[in-house]
Design a protein around this ligand. Structure first.
Ligand code: C5P
Length: 247
């Protein structure tokens, strides 16, 4: 990390969400933004339409892939799914921390064992705390009545105790997570990033990239502000510039 320029270090911390319909659109984004971003995120939309081949394709050309399928199932099923993700060669994958300790522990143990046996790099395992599209009102409607910040910190602490390498949360919650989790290398990945001038779309707990990094986020995830821009390279570059002003 030390030999890296500040610019490269910033880029490595930006994950572009490939929230598009087809493999062809994803391939176009990857070839445009390849070298300029730190990783690509494949989520439910693209995975459902294009399947695991799109993951293999992007891994094969040498990019880091964050598989954002937010597993939440019984421990055995979640662990088996996570093993298949590891076999695809993903760099990072996630599961809902609300799936609980037994689910997260099973995933952590079984992925580590399989990777060791099969000589695969172990992917980073990330717990999802509360979606950045949720707020106190929508969490309360599903029976989660503590305030958002407390909820996120409690789930982060549980995720850390259950073998996760980090959590997804809004950048607003990162300082609370740092206080709640002893291990300061515990990663925080923050979506809901908007430039000072952009619309929030359906995100409720948004921050700018500067605030995210200033709060201690390790990685930011950015989708629509880049992939829906007319000039996607320019949109990514202006985001990197916005972040760079914290260096
Ligand atoms: O377009 P936008 O920048 O809002 O995209 C954010 C991405 O991060 C989406 O792919 C969304 O699925 C994902 N995400 C999120 N909140 C989480 C976890 C993932 O917005 N807690």
């Amino acid at each position: 990390m030390h030999a890296m320029s500040p610019d490269q270090e910033t880029r490595n911390r930006v994950i572009v969400a490939l929230d598009v319909e087809t493999r062809a659109e994803a391939a176009e984004l990857v070839s445009e933004l390849g070298g300029r971003a730190g990783a690509f995120k494949i989520g439910l939309q693209l995975f459902t339409s294009a399947g695991p081949d799109v993951v293999r394709e992007i891994v094969t050309v040498g990019h880091r892939v964050f598989l954002d399928l937010k597993f939440h199932d019984i421990p055995n099923t979640a662990a088996k799914a996570a093993i298949e993700a590891a076999r695809l060669g993903v760099w990072m994958l996630n599961l809902h921390a609300l799936g609980g300790r037994a689910m997260m522990t099973a995933v952590a143990d079984e992925v580590a064992r399989t990777c060791e046996n099969e000589g695969i790099d172990r992917p980073l395992l990330i717990g999802v705390t509360a979606l950045t599209s949720s707020d106190a009102a929508s969490l309360s409607e599903v029976g989660l009545n503590s305030n958002v910040e407390e909820q996120v910190s409690a789930l982060a602490r549980l995720a850390a105790a259950s073998g996760m390498d980090g959590v997804v949360a809004s950048a607003r919650e990162v300082p609370g997570i740092r206080r709640a989790v002893e291990d300061q290398s515990f990663l925080t990945i923050t979506p809901g990033i908007r430039s000072e001038f952009a619309t929030a779309d359906d995100q409720k707990r948004v921050t700018t990239i500067r605030e995210a990094f200033a709060n201690g986020s390790d990685y930011v995830v950015v989708g629509r502000p880049i992939i829906r821009a007319n000039d996607r390279v320019a949109a990514l570059e202006s985001l990197i510039d916005e972040a760079g002003s914290t260096n």
